[in-house]
Structures are given as structure tokens and as C-alpha cells.
Ligand binder design. Structure first.
Ligand code: FES
Ligand code: FES
Length: 163
């Protein structure tokens, strides 16, 4: 089958690519664009390791063909902070609260948190747990992740940043 020409807008950069029509978005992000912060876990839509934001909504990029992302705006973990040595406040909170162990789930957790806080800057613990229910962590037991989200929600509201 012939390759398909697509345009991906990733973290503000525009990429024109020719891709096999069966390849998933996460494969193209990692293998063609070298954006390896997005992780591959289950490849069946269950673990959330591959979470990215597409036009602002969280999506499991293992469940989306790259051709379906043509002309869409994609945000990966690499684009979240403002600079090479900067952390986004969500990332800072995960570090400060000890919400990272092996780190494999962390990019997906952070992007799901971003999506949550974009929609709901003042979530309850239940809402946080629901919002992250599609992101599995084999290490932390989730408690510190929830604490990190609570902490950054407070900080971002105090700073007047809803993003
Ligand atoms: S790798 Fe996509 S949800 Fe698990
Ligand atoms: S920190 Fe290891 S899977 Fe979450």
C-alpha cells in the first residue's frame, strides 16, 4: 500500500511526512520525529502511557493512526515546558511530591493532568482519580500522584494560570 502524505503540527512545529497508512501516531512520533517522551505500553488503549493532547483533548496515541492526525495540533510531553531546562508546574509538582518512580507512566500522567486542569482548575480528589483512571502506574500506588495534582491545582490557581 502506498504511503500517505500528512502534516503533523507537534508542539508548535510543522512536519510533513509520508507514512504507511497502518502506522499508529505513537510510532510516528517516536520513530520518525524522535519524540520518545511519549511511551508505548499496552498498545491496546488501556495503560495511558502513550497519552498526548490532540487539539487540546487527551488521546491514547497507540489507538490513533498517524493519518488520522493529519493537520491536527498535537502536544507531547516535550512541548509542555517553556524551555530545555524548564519544568512545567505539573512536572515540578510530580517531582516535589515524589510522584515519580520509574517514570514510565509520567508523561501520560502529566498530559492527562494538563487536560484535567484545563477543563477543571479545582478538581476534587474523586475527580482527579477519575481523570487519571485511564493512566496506569505500576510503581507509586497513585497516592502521591493525586497529591501532586492537588498541589499543582492550588499553585496554578494562586498563580492565576489555568494552563
Ligand atoms: S500504549 Fe497506548 S494506552 Fe497503553
Ligand atoms: S512511576 Fe513507574 S509506572 Fe508509574
Amino acid at each position: 500500500m502506498d504511503k500517505v502524505c500528512i502534516t503533523l503540527n507537534v508542539n508548535g512545529d510543522r512536519y510533513e511526512l509520508a507514512v504507511d497508512p497502518w502506522r499508529t501516531l505513537v510510532e510516528v512520533l517516536r520513530d520518525d520525529l524522535n519524540l520518545t517522551g511519549t511511551k508505548i505500553g499496552c498498545q491496546t488503549g488501556d495503560c495511558g502511557a502513550c497519552t498526548v493532547l490532540i487539539d487540546g483533548k487527551s488521546v491514547a496515541s497507540c489507538m490513533m493512526l498517524a493519518v488520522a492526525a493529519d493537520n491536527k495540533n498535537i502536544a507531547t510531553i516535550e512541548g509542555l515546558s517553556t524551555g530545555q531546562d524548564e519544568l512545567h508546574p505539573i512536572q515540578e509538582a510530580f517531582v516535589e511530591q515524589g510522584a515519580i518512580q520509574c517514570g514510565y507512566c509520567t508523561p501520560g500522567m502529566v498530559l492527562s493532568t494538563k487536560y484535567l486542569l484545563d477543563q477543571n482548575p479545582d478538581p476534587t480528589e474523586t475527580e482527579i482519580r477519575q481523570a487519571l483512571s485511564g493512566n496506569l502506574c505500576r510503581c507509586t500506588g497513585y497516592h502521591r500522584i493525586v497529591k501532586a495534582v492537588e498541589a499543582v491545582a492550588v499553585k496554578m490557581r494562586a498563580d492565576g494560570k489555568g494552563e
